[in-house]
Design a protein around this ligand. Structure first.
Ligand code: CA
Ligand code: CA
Length: 171
């Protein structure tokens, strides 16, 4: 697993395709110094959506856990890392013919947010799912390359720019 830096922000992300439930996903992110990803701006949403589409692969859809959850209070959505819950990208309901959008708390048992790529529709949107489902997951942490150390006018962005760990080693 590799942290990768969004060159337009101070954050690093890790996109994991091994399937874990929400709690284990979060645990894994915290083990690596981050948390499940919060998506707090439209720009951050665009970045993550594009990355998901690029790793989406040939399956009908791919879903990844993010930090959104309403586990402590039904309908009280928050990010596990404490970020402001301002930007929203909930998708249409996945149950056909029901004029309702996500989060639908299906069977009163969906308290964990995931981001879903539907390759047939070329959409990337959020859904609430059962926390015990096993999905891929996205981690996020503050990068060590602060904006002050970055070049003021970056040349063409390299395709893969990784973050340094605390020992200064690229990872
Ligand atoms: Ca819920
Ligand atoms: Ca749902």
């Amino acid at each position: 697993m590799l942290w990768e830096e969004d060159p337009n922000s101070d954050y690093c992300y890790m996109f994991n395709t091994d399937a874990l439930d929400w709690e284990d996903s979060r645990e894994m992110c915290m083990t690596h110094g981050g948390d499940l990803a919060s998506i707090i701006t439209r720009e951050e949403g665009f970045y993550i959506n594009a990355r998901i589409q690029s790793i989406g692969g040939p399956t009908l859809f791919n879903a990844f856990w993010i930090g959104a959850n309403d586990r402590s209070s039904e309908g009280g959505w928050r990010w596990s890392d404490g970020g402001p819950f301002a930007y929203l990208n909930w998708g249409p309901d996945t149950i056909m013919f029901v004029p309702k959008s996500e989060p639908n708390d299906n069977k009163h048992n969906e308290d964990c947010g995931n981001i879903v790529y539907k390759s047939t529709e070329h959409t990337v949107t959020w859904n609430d799912g059962q926390c015990t489902n096993r999905l891929g997951y996205i981690c996020k942490k503050l990068g060590l390359l602060s904006s002050t150390t970055r070049k003021p006018t970056p040349s063409p962005t390299p395709p893969c720019k990784y973050c340094k760990n605390k020992h200064g080693v690229w990872m």
